[in-house]
Design a protein around this ligand. Sequence first.
Ligand SMILES: [Zn+2]
Length: 114
Amino acid sequence: MAGTPKAHPKLKLKKGDHVQVVQGKDVGKRGEVARVFPERNMVVVESAEQINVAKKHQKPTRATMQGGIQDKSMPIHVSNLMLLCAKDGPVRVAYRVDDDGTKTRVCRKCGDAL
Ligand SMILES: [Zn+2]
């Protein structure tokens, strides 16, 4: 297949991306991608708004002598997230390939590099 881009990125999000949840129980919340799991198409989003957080019960340890409940951010599927453009808010991602072959991730609305 001539002309087909070879290295299609598996995951459009990377660590440090600012994203907004567009589906599920946390719709509208924004945060930053903290971890990526490309093989599962999932990412962990850290946010003060607690995105996809599960309560983890901890058994008492010998050191602290007390248990407790800890918040843990769980991975969320990338289809539930949209990348945030500074101008447009949540947007779909496009790719621009320059003459020298450089691939740049851009906002599908305004064309700015993201
Ligand atoms: Zn934009």
